[in-house]
Design a protein around this ligand. Structure first.
Ligand SMILES: [Zn+2]
Length: 413
């Protein structure tokens, strides 16, 4: 391309402003996004960060080059919810075997769902259980990180647990905007006697003989959830990286605690420079819940007639997710899916077999502006409209080629 690229600007939850992205290393732009806990099929709310951060991954690859972006999305395969599900579904099997069955089946389904939604595979998809104890390759692991936190006075052992001492970090709470006094007040009712402060959180807990466990200096046990992401992000992206993403519901406590652990263990001023969060999702105007009967999995949408009376193509689901800006709440409705299906139909019809042109600069500029997908979609509409309006000839073919370039090589929308 000859024209200058628009700079990418992104809303940073940490500073509450939109900021230009200045990668630490333009040859290796690094992004970490919290992945699924694999005990059940992913629901449509889980699909939102998967699609949104795939869009950003594609934009970064287009901008900096395919080989110059590292995207890590973990798989959490150790969690008490997984243990409970394994015991429920496979009561006659030894727990470890049952757990493996649950996590493998669910993780495979997740990867297949993400692919059906038009998402590229992340550069790395580490599983938490591979990063608990020290590794032969020397990559970061949870037990070593916890040891560092104890050595530096940020964590302590009590009552079979290792806990992070939130008062050891002067600016704990900065990401979520919660101050310690609020946390203390909120937690006053259920103070665990062994904690120094009510807001202290678990890094390691001991396992009973029938729970999954790993050997550690603090006995046979298992990690807390937050430390997993601190270890896996450091293992692949280093102590400080460019972008950390996830859903709004992860800001507190998960991301706040990841950030505290990583900064204190590594002695750094930051874990990631830009923290991004996607908004919530409702279904037909209501909070999605199993009790309301409006709980839908990605698999339901792709393979059954449970929503809108038919199966949906992953491309329609992806477009529907991107019609609302990622930071806004989205209402997932059948009407929206029907609309998006006909939009895609119109665009594909307009594209015909036109030779590819460069990706339209205004389309890229919209995406570079904090992933302004509705702006980008408006540009696609306008292009499709002018293809249809042009009688015949060069103009028509060229415009169709530009529309095709926006739709196909990046596959952002
Ligand atoms: Zn995480």
């Amino acid at each position: 391309m000859t024209s200058a690229k628009s700079p990418i600007s992104l809303y940073n939850t940490l500073t509450r402003t939109k900021e230009p992205l200045h990668p630490l290393d333009e040859n290796n732009v690094r992004m970490y996004v919290c992945g699924p806990t694999v005990y059940d099929f992913a629901h449509i709310g889980n699909a939102r960060p998967v699609i949104v951060f795939d869009l950003l991954f594609r934009l970064l690859r287009h901008h900096f080059g395919d080989e110059h972006v590292s995207y890590v999305r973990n798989i959490t395969d150790v969690d008490d919810k997984i243990n409970a599900r394994a015991a429920r579904d496979f009561p006659d099997m030894p727990l470890n075997e049952a757990i493996r069955k649950v996590t493998e089946k669910t993780a495979d389904r997740f990867v297949a769902d993400a692919m059906a939604l038009g998402c590229l595979e992340p550069t790395h998809q580490p599983r938490a259980t591979d990063f608990i104890v020290p590794r032969n390759d020397g990559k970061s692991d949870m037990v070593s990180l916890i040891g560092q936190l104890i050595d530096k006075g940020n964590a302590y052992e009590a009552n079979g647990e290792v806990l992070f001492d939130v008062t050891s970090m002067p600016d704990y709470g900065k990401l979520s905007g919660r101050n310690l006094a609020e946390n203390l007040a909120g937690a006053r009712i259920a103070v665990d006697a062994h904690k120094k402060n009510p807001a202290d959180f678990v890094l390691w807990k001991q396992s009973s003989a029938d729970e999954p466990g790993w050997e550690s200096p603090w006995g046979r046990g298992r990690p807390g959830w937050h430390i997993e992401c601190s270890a896996m992000s450091a293992a692949f992206l280093g102590e400080i990286f460019d972008i950390h993403g996830g859903g709004l519901d992860l800001i507190f406590p998960h991301h706040e605690n990841e950030l505290a652990q990583s900064r204190c263990a590594h002695g750094t001023h930051a874990m990631a420079n830009i923290w991004m969060h996607n908004g919530f999702l409702q279904v037909e105007g209501q909070k999605m819940s199993k009790s309301l009967g409006n709980f839908i999995t990605i698999n339901d949408l792709l393979d059954t007639n449970k929503f809108g009376g038919q199966k949906w193509h992953g491309r329609v689901l992806r477009l529907a997710m991107l019609t609302t800006h990622y930071r806004q709440p989205i209402d997932w409705t059948a009407d929206r899916l029907f609309e998006c299906r006909s939009m895609l139909y119109d665009w594909n019809k307009a594209v015909f077999e036109a030779p590819l042109q460069p990706v339209p600069a205004e389309f890229l500029a919209a995406l570079c502006e904090d992933l302004n997908t509705s702006g980008a979609i408006t540009i696609l509409h306008a292009l499709a409209k002018s293809v249809n309006a042009a009688a015949t000839g060069l103009d028509k073919v060229e415009t169709a080629g530009r529309l095709r370039a926006a739709l196909e090589p990046i596959r952002a929308i």
